[in-house]
Design a protein around this ligand. Structure first.
Ligand SMILES: NC(=O)c1ccc[n+]([C@@H]2O[C@H](COP(=O)([O-])OP(=O)(O)OC[C@H]3O[C@@H](n4cnc5c(N)ncnc54)[C@H](OP(=O)(O)O)[C@@H]3O)[C@@H](O)[C@H]2O)c1
Length: 287
């Protein structure tokens, strides 16, 4: 399959001068420079979502639960999802997202197949395993019984859970298919999880693709470095009868403690904006 042409009009670019995993051709030609810093004790943590004009990430309707209906048709969005997956040692989502999209596989080739060979070459260049480690977060260890990701023997799966979650998962049919990491007794502590991913699983770059409660939890723990948002032109709205999740759920910052998510690159594809941000933390002395 030959790669389909992807065009992103670059409106703003401020790649900075950081060291790390650099982007190669042919991706630089489409997206510009994008370097991922690497640390010895924790992963570089990227988050990727598609959000509506009003910041919603799902219609939360039975036939429109996932991000696909928020994005509409935007090949540049799936291309960028593929690229960010191709650059990551591991891709992580919450178990709700796995339950809602059991047919999904969090690999670059799944989301944008026509660039599969280019994604593979990029991973080889960066010395990464053939496919990103698939990481699922679950407090209670109750994952869906059936999901496409379990059926693909080329994929390694890690479930990050609690002590109780491990007890449940160890006795389930999935026990022989997945690895388990405990990162807390009652809650999954994101800081503990990040240290374990780096130390025990060699994860230098982690991509989190949601959902909003997981994103909120990572922000609450101060462990997010970079955020990619595809801004869809749709207005989704919400009402008491139709609650719909927004980008960040489950955490509420006080004035003066909010992280700042600062645009560094803005691209346009059709009516969509593709925005990459750095996260700045007040307690780290950033303005
Ligand atoms: N637009 C997009 O780009 C996009 C991306 C992803 C998801 N979504 C949508 O978002 C919705 C799902 O979002 P969600 O917020 O309900 O689910 P989620 O963030 O995918 O998963 C939340 C679950 O993760 C588990 N978890 C484990 N450790 C956690 C921690 N430290 N903090 C928070 N959760 C932790 C909990 O599992 P248990 O308590 O169940 O064990 C919790 O119920 C779906 O509609 C999905 O399609 C949209």
């Amino acid at each position: 399959m030959s790669p389909d042409p992807v065009h992103i009009e670059i409106l703003l670019t401020d790649p900075g001068s950081r060291d790390g995993r650099r982007l190669t051709s042919p991706f630089v030609e489409v997206y510009g420079e994008w370097t991922l810093p690497l640390f010895p004790d924790r992963p570089w943590v990227m988050v990727n979502f598609v959000a509506s004009h009003d910041g919603r990430v799902s219609y939360a309707l039975p036939d429109a639960m996932g991000g696909g209906s928020v994005a509409g048709h935007c090949p540049a969005d799936t291309w960028l999802m593929g690229l960010s997956r191709a650059r990551a040692d591991a891709v992580m989502v919450g178990d709700s997202t796995l339950r809602i999209e059991p047919e999904h596989i969090w690999t670059p080739r799944f989301i944008h197949p026509s660039w599969s060979e280019e994604f593979t070459r990029l991973r080889e260049h960066d010395g990464l395993r053939p496919e990103p480690l698939q990481v699922f977060l679950s407090l209670d260890g109750r994952l869906p019984d059936h999901a496409a990701v379990y059926e693909d023997p080329t994929l390694e799966i890690l479930v990050v859970t609690t002590t109780e979650g491990r007890r449940h998962l160890s006795g389930s049919p999935l026990a022989s298919r997945v690895e388990i990491m405990v990162a807390g007794d009652e809650r999954v502590d994101p800081t503990v999880m990040m240290a374990g991913l780096r130390r025990d699983h060699g994860v230098s770059v982690l991509l989190c693709e949601g959902g909003p409660r997981v994103y909120g939890s990572l922000l609450g723990a101060g462990v997010v470095d970079e955020v990619l948002i595809t801004r869809s032109p749709l207005v989704i709205g919400a009402s008491p009868d139709h609650p719909r999740p927004s980008l960040v759920e489950g955490v509420a910052f006080e004035p003066g403690t909010s992280p700042r998510v600062v645009p560094r690159m803005i691209g346009r594809s059709g009516d969509h904006l593709l925005v990459r941000h750095d996260v700045e933390w007040p307690h780290r002395g950033e303005s």
